[in-house]
Design a protein around this ligand. Sequence first.
Ligand code: ADP
Ligand code: ADP
Length: 226
Amino acid sequence: MIKVQNVSKSFGNTDAVKDISFEVKAEENLILLGPSGCGKTTTLKMINTLIKPSAGTIYIDGRDVMHQSPTILRRSIGYVLQNNGLFPHFTVAQNIAVVPQLLKWEKRRTEKRIRELLEKLHLSPNYLQAYPHELSGGQQQRVGLARALVADPPLLLMDEPFGALDNVTRSKIHDEFKALDELKRKTIIMVTHDVQEAFELGDRICLMDKGAIVQAGTPTELLFKP
Ligand code: ADP
Ligand code: ADP
């Protein structure tokens, strides 16, 4: 479904991403794992076209993303930003309704979908009119996920989605994440610097270091194959 082919990105003298290639199959959960500054976020942002590669090409379903229309990209990619990226001056409902508004959904359809998502993500509808700062970190994370999932995109990109959570909340959300039906049919690329998270949630892991992919494989392959 996703093909990243010899992609590089430089910012001035900084080579943020150096000639990386990988593929992600439909419904696979791929983890980009590596220390801070190794190029994970830049890679995700090139897939959603927020950053243009200096070299190389990224294909979604065989089409170069740089030649895809913004409307189709909005329908096909859900993005969970680092630290939620919720708009602080928007309510929970307004935050989740951003993409439906861009796609010009009818109000009733949006409301029905938002209620359905809140239920699936174990968030009380009482929070609909609340603002992000009134929620706990775990709740904000669920809203960020709801916002990315609202239009049911086949591809979900997640940038350190559980990074800001304490350990207890994080392992609870990991379990929910694995159990969530909505996610089972999705192709997911998740960025993390947490080894445990990568091995717990990934079907395959790409280990990144200084802008390059240094190793790749399933958790079992990475552990048992020299
Ligand atoms: P990670 O997500 O793994 O922490 P990033 O992709 O954010 O890494 O960053 C990779 C490298 O590129 C870092 O050295 C970072 O400082 C640099 N970088 C990222 N974005 C920019 C930018 N907009 N301008 C200049 N340098 C950047
Ligand atoms: P606005 O004043 O901008 O319409 P609202 O908070 O009323 O702000 O609505 C923002 C979005 O959230 C709308 O698209 C609406 O469909 C959705 N929404 C608002 N309230 C609810 C609710 N109680 N249940 C489900 N969705 C809601």
